[in-house]
Design a protein. Sequence first.
Length: 460
Amino acid sequence: MGGLGRPSLARRLVLLAVGWSFAALVVTAVVLALLFQQAALRRFEQTLGVLVDNLIAGSIYEGGALVAPAFTDARALRAYSGLYWTIAEPTKEGRLLTATPARSRSLWDAELRPPEDLLQRVRANPGRLVAFDAAGPQPGERLRGVARIATIDGHESVFLAAEDRAPIDRDVRNFVAATALSFVVLGGGLILAVFAQVRIGLRPLFRLQGEVAAVRGGKADRVQEAYPTELQPLAQELNALVLHNQETVERQRTHVGNLAHALKTPISVMMTEAGQRPGPLAEMVTRQAEVMRQQVDHHLRRARAAARAQGPGERTSVAEVLDELSRTLERIFQVKGVTIDWDAPDDLWFAGERQDLLEIAGNAMENAGKFGRRRVRVRADGAGVGLLRLVIEDDGPGLSPDQREEVIQRGARLDESAPGSGLGLSIIDELARAYRGSLTLGASALGGLSVAIELPRAQA
């Protein structure tokens, strides 16, 4: 669903949905854990509040001392049981005196030490329970307690009850673990659901992409499938664009043909008339007219190739063209005894018109037959994404690096004894460039010249 560059739309949608889902699940899990902890603490504090209320209700002053009621809760009678209570007396300094006889036996020889600001807090909330955390008498013991201030027989006292909060913390941890596991399973399900939804939802776009690729590769001439309401206008616009491009290319071809006919006829007339009247002037007119004809052929060829390269839906089998050219050229060079060995995959297609591939490969193979001795080897194969490579080699004398540069120039001929106008390699170079390809000359393993041509490749 994507490459090494920018992420695809499907990947973006999946990542966005997964990111939002993950954030929502994390926030929900944290909120649920906090709510559960607060609910558990409230229930815990309510239980301790009942104990404080019983202390206040049953406490009396006898002989100037506060006497606490008797309790039947065994935990308050067992040393360091985890449940503790005490009745503290406020001091003049604003602190609580917890070392008093009115305390649970479970404290044994220890004291319940609430926070230093507890007296101020209970006085600020008269008649209400005030929660607090404190350290227990046992090492590492954490207590959760409540306190309430009350006046008994004219004496102000603070009643405190606390209990080991380890069971609450354990319940909260178990709840968080269970919630996290549940949310992990839920998150995995959501990710799979989002992935499936994106794949199914974007399937029409993938089909449209495949159809557009088929049109571009020459397998189809228009987008034909029916698409959802949201994509149907896009498909129609693509078909309109393809049709417009085809009409534009046809108009360019028509103009090129008209121009060729309009120019070639006067040039032919001039050459005919010059040939009928020998002389220096006639020779000059003939030479210049021939140059004009070559120029016209050169520019018209480039214009036709450029128009064809812009048009969609064109593709040509490379193997069929090489087979046809090999048979034809072997008959042409039969007297010389030239054999052409060619090889190309059956599924290799040129993204252009057959006429242009015939001209490109035909010129290169014809040159190899002219200047080679007896062997011409042609190899065609893929050359990366969207490219094919055509290599034509011969066993002739070859060319030096300087000669290779010179021979590509339009009309240049290094061997005047060979027939032809000298435009073969320049034509190949021009047509290859028109198709955004390239021409490279080098030394052949057969001993002669190697002509390597890169051209656009159509999908099989």
